[in-house]
Ligand binder design. Structure first.
Ligand SMILES: [Fe+2]
Length: 351
């Protein structure tokens, strides 16, 4: 008896996939975003193949996070065919574990290259506009959000009342990014593009305003690719040294409080730390990558790393103690494993 409707739905899905036009997903309704919510537990992760086992969702749900943040490679689309991209997003919706998360937690996020549509892709990807719309549909971004009315996928969300406020800024490191330079160093894929830009001027202007106007106690910046790690030969902010410095200068000059960076992309987990002379506290880059797969052979130097180099499936967890402004950053894995943990008490401005 159950088979007929199922066949009908499958037929509809196959039909819609042949049209080459993105159609709406049959979505699992997400928990709506409540900006009055006081965030105490935020979970995040990246690098997730829709057709592979996703064993971490039950563990993530058990943490009862107030929010889940996707940091990119949320699916492995890797295609200019938007019907195929949509099919892969649909496959992700069908993951039972992800459905559990959607039923209990609100979700925001940004993409990286594979869900953008092309490995290591930048601004020249021809399908970037329709791909952007599919990402926002997958994330169930409300039609009233400003991101729908501009180019690119960058977004910001502010939660909580005055004094318990968290701002999450999600950068788009794909849509406007200049071309990568191949490295001449053996074993490294990319080197520095001295003049190249990461964000594009519209996004830089937006980011400046978002940081300068922030009255949040904690400002979380999500960047799909690593910000602080500057030694490996893959994608990283350091491949665009001008943009890299511009980002640091912007953060320091803004005086935004409690800034932390989150990243993914690498199929590893690690915590990097950098103390900018202009800032009163160290900045962390919490890299959590590998919800379904990891880079097992990883063995690389990182002068900023203060944790182990984690090559097990992992997700990230942020816990905020609003009493004393102490924040704990963790990288966690299967069976309750905690692979890295770092606690910091941020200085707070009272004005
Ligand atoms: Fe990536």
């Amino acid at each position: 008896m159950q088979q007929l409707p199922l066949l009908f739905i499958t037929g509809l899905l196959l039909f819609s996939c042949k049209t080459n036009q993105p159609q709406s997903f049959s979505q699992v309704p997400a928990v709506p975003i409540d900006t009055t919510q006081v965030l105490t537990t935020i979970a995040f992760g990246s690098c997730n193949k829709a057709d592979e086992p996703q064993p971490l969702w039950p563990e993530i749900v058990e943490q009862q996070p107030d929010l889940w943040v996707w940091l990119g490679d949320n699916i492995y689309g890797d295609t200019p065919d938007m019907a195929l991209m949509q099919q892969k997003y649909q496959q992700q919706f069908q993951q039972k574990g992800y459905q559990q998360l959607l039923a209990s937690t609100s979700v925001i996020g940004i993409w990286d290259d594979h869900d953008y549509g092309i490995n290591d892709g930048g601004k020249h990807f021809a399908q970037k506009a329709p791909s952007r719309d599919l990402m926002l549909e997958f994330l169930q971004v409300a039609p009233s959000r400003p991101v729908w009315n501009r180019e690119g996928g960058y977004q910001s969300y502010t939660y909580g009342p005055e004094g318990q406020r968290v701002k999450i800024i999600l950068l788009d490191t794909r849509y406007f990014r200049d071309t990568l330079m191949e490295s001449s160093v053996e074993g490294k894929r990319y080197g520095a593009n001295p003049e190249g830009d990461m964000l594009g001027e519209a996004q830089w202007a937006w980011l400046t305003e978002e940081l300068n106007s922030s009255d949040a106690q904690f400002n979380i910046i999500g960047s799909s690719i690593q910000v602080i790690h500057d030694e490996h030969g893959f994608e990283k902010w350091a491949n665009f040294p001008k943009s890299h410095q511009r980002l640091y200068d912007l953060i320091a000059a803004s005086e935004a409080q409690g800034v932390v960076l989150l990243s993914g992309d690498r199929h590893i987990g690690e915590i990097s730390r950098l103390k900018l002379p202009e800032m009163p506290y160290p900045m962390y880059d919490i890299t959590s990558s590998g919800l379904t797969h990891v880079y097992e052979e990883a063995n690389e130097e990182n002068r900023h790393r203060i944790s182990d180099l984690i090559v097990s499936l992992n997700y990230g967890l942020i816990q905020i103690n609003w009493q004393n402004h102490e924040v704990t950053y963790q990288i966690k894995g299967e069976n309750g494993a905690t692979y890295a943990s770092e606690t910091i008490t941020y200085p707070m401005n009272d004005d």
